[in-house]
Design a protein around this ligand. Structure first.
Ligand SMILES: C[S@@+](CC[C@H](N)C(=O)[O-])C[C@H]1O[C@@H](n2cnc3c(N)ncnc32)[C@H](O)[C@@H]1O
Length: 238
């Protein structure tokens, strides 16, 4: 995708037909899904072929993010119980959501792209109801403060840097009192001024600063250089 100007997350609105399609397909409350989303075009153009989705993992079968798997294996059992309520924002084709559900967590997933959600529902036909089209910045009220775990992979980094603070605050608002936020993205502290995206750069220090501003604290030093060049940070409410 080409470089994009940085719109303001609170005010930018798309007038494109793809956004209109997403609007029509929104299942999340009455909130209109009108935010600019170039990702919709990628899912549409992929035409049902995973290999044409740039962030696809695991070939034609798809696979959950390896840094999420690592955290689920090592750390999740001490923080979560079976049946914990988990939210996957920007879920794309639902690979992480399916894995979380398979592990016994009560999983909800959403994405701004109506095409991604329709695709995820097709892949998970028995559990299609867990997926909905929606905007991180306009969650339904019933989701606020509800989740034991919010697991985001590349959702924040899919947005330009000027949106990151608001995005992390929006993620924090979804956490219950003991809720955990796991944030996974590309590693590499490249200065935001040098890079165009997506994926947009997000330095670990900035992520932690945004989390602190949102009332969260880091539970362990941010893990760097993980498999697949991942950075992973884990936060809880202060
Ligand atoms: C790079 S993709 C990653 C998809 C998935 N998490 C994965 O790892 O395979 C980023 C996703 O975030 C979604 N997204 C971007 N902004 C969003 C927003 N404001 N609300 C919900 N989803 C959003 C995009 O539509 C896209 O599917």
């Amino acid at each position: 995708m080409g470089a994009a100007a940085e719109p303001n997350p609170r005010t930018s609105r798309s007038s494109g037909t793809l956004a209109d399609a997403a609007n029509a397909a929104s299942h999340v409350g009455a909130a209109p899904v009108t935010r600019r989303n170039d990702f919709e075009a990628i899912y549409v153009d992929a035409g049902g072929d995973r290999s044409r989705v740039p962030w696809n993992r695991g070939g034609t079968a798809g696979a959950p993010d390896p840094a999420l798997i690592d955290w689920l294996d090592r750390d999740a059992p001490t923080l979560l119980r079976a049946g914990s309520r988990v939210l996957v924002p920007g879920c794309g084709l639902g690979d992480d959501a399916r894995e979380l559900s398979r592990r016994g967590y009560e999983t909800t997933a959403f994405d701004l792209s109506a095409t991604a959600i329709a695709w995820a529902q097709e892949l998970d036909a028995d559990d299609a109801v867990r997926y909905s089209t929606g905007d991180l910045f306009e969650p339904p009220d019933r989701w606020l403060g509800r989740f034991d775990l919010v697991a985001e992979c590349f959702c924040v980094q899919s947005m330009p840097p000027s949106w990151h603070e608001a995005a992390v605050a929006a993620l924090a608002n979804l956490l219950g009192p003991q809720g955990v936020l796991v944030s996974i993205g590309h590693d590499g502290d490249r200065p935001a001024t040098e890079i165009q995206g997506p994926p947009w750069p997000l330095e670990a220090a900035n992520l932690c600063e945004h989390a602190r501003a949102a009332g969260l604290r880091e539970v362990a030093p941010t893990a760097r250089g993980l498999v697949g060049g991942r950075m992973r940070a884990v936060f809880v409410r202060r």
